[in-house]
Design a protein around this ligand. Structure first.
Ligand code: KG4
Ligand code: ZN
Length: 336
């Protein structure tokens, strides 16, 4: 008998639903919330309202695109956290109600675990073997994790201030780029000189990161140059993007390599919205033989927030009969 899992993701500003059959994606729909663009960042209250509007149509479409009847579903997996509380409440309340209505098990999923376990979705190519170093890089997180097994993860490093995606987005805003700016900076970088402008790297001990110093240095530099030449950003946009991206990649790379050396692990697995960045992929792929490791990057559609990764974790937990209870609440802060 095939196992059908419905995944529901609503931790930030994307409402997503997906149906998986035995780890194979039958549908994966994402409703992006355009409304945040004009504010230059996610507005939590607006995100919750948009989830309310989107969730029923997105779930309905995911089930109909999967070409199944809702009564064929075996379980519902939902994002319990971490994320914006109002957003999480919409997805968790809806999932609980649907599981009661259909009388099927409810499965809670940690969003950050899901970003890493997305690699086990059927169509993701070669699968990493345990143990590996997991690197979650998104708008809200920058974490280095030892992944000993599917659900045995240990956090060994994280950002002490801004997340890596937040740094892309905030520096993009300083250059007048739309939110979220990561993909635009990535695209512009390809036309610029990464060594044109130098920004100092932070001095943080161990495996932790800090990006707030870079963000401030970038702001000061752009303000200073714009005073001298009001068209500076416009004229230098590609070089600015390339130099910023180069610095961010260097900062990320150093600590990931250190974590591989310290743990004697030779596989590194990326997850999260920033893991489709071309500078990061090129740097890590290029140095595999030099530093003796193998790197894994998710398929593009599984990098940013999506419900297929939630359903995948749901499938793994379903096989372990690891079900959740209706009493459990959404968790804005949630370490696996
Ligand atoms: O995982 P995600 O969809 O949401 C969060 O959980 O935060 O990640 C969104 C982040 C945003 O900061 C966005 O700017 C960044 O991913 N991003 C990128 C690229 N594409 C998306 N950052 C750098 N380069 C990209 N190509
Ligand atoms: Zn995410």
């Amino acid at each position: 008998m095939p196992t059908y899992i419905l995944g529901i993701e609503s931790s930030c500003d994307d409402t997503s639903a997906s149906v998986l059959c035995d780890g194979k994606v039958l549908s994966n729909l994402v409703a992006n919330q355009e409304i945040h663009k004009s504010y230059g960042g996610v507005v939590p209250e607006l995100a919750s309202r948009a989830h309310q509007q989107n969730i029923i149509p997105v779930v309905n479409q995911a089930i109909s695109k999967a070409n199944i009847d809702k009564n064929q579903l075996n379980a519902i997996a939902y994002t319990r956290g971490p994320g914006l509380l109002g957003s999480l409440l919409v997805g968790s309340s809806f999932s609980k109600s649907l599981s009661i209505g259909l009388d099927i098990p409810l499965i809670e999923v940690n969003h950050m675990q899901a970003h890493l376990l997305a690699h086990f979705i059927d169509d993701c190519g070669s699968k990493p073997s345990f143990p590996f170093i997991g690197v979650t890089i998104s708008g809200g997180h920058t974490q280095i994790v030892i992944v000993k097994d599917y659900f045995d993860m240990e956090l060994i490093g994280e950002t002490l201030d801004d997340a890596i995606g937040e740094t892309f987005d905030k520096c993009g805003k300083m250059m007048g780029l739309n939110y979220p700016a990561g993909a635009i900076i990535d695209k512009n970088s390809k036309l610029g000189d990464p060594l044109k402008y130098k920004f100092t790297k932070p001095k943080v001990g161990g495996l932790n990161y800090s990006f707030s110093g870079l963000k401030t240095a970038f702001l000061r530099f752009v303000e200073k140059e714009t005073k001298l030449n009001p068209n500076f950003i416009q004229q230098e946009i590609n070089n600015l993007c390339a130099s910023l991206q180069y610095t961010i990649v260097e900062i990320l790379y150093e600590k990931v390599i250190l974590s591989l050396k310290q743990t004697d692990i030779s596989s590194v697995v990326f997850g999260g919205g920033v893991s489709c960045n071309s500078g990061i992929i090129t740097k890590f792929k290029k140095n595999e033989s030099v530093e003796d490791y193998v790197s894994y990057f998710p398929k593009f559609e599984y990098t940013t927030d999506n419900a297929a990764m939630i359903a995948m974790v749901g499938y793994l937990k379903f096989n372990n009969k690891d079900f959740s209870s209706i009493e459990k609440g959404a968790k804005a802060r949630y370490l696996f």
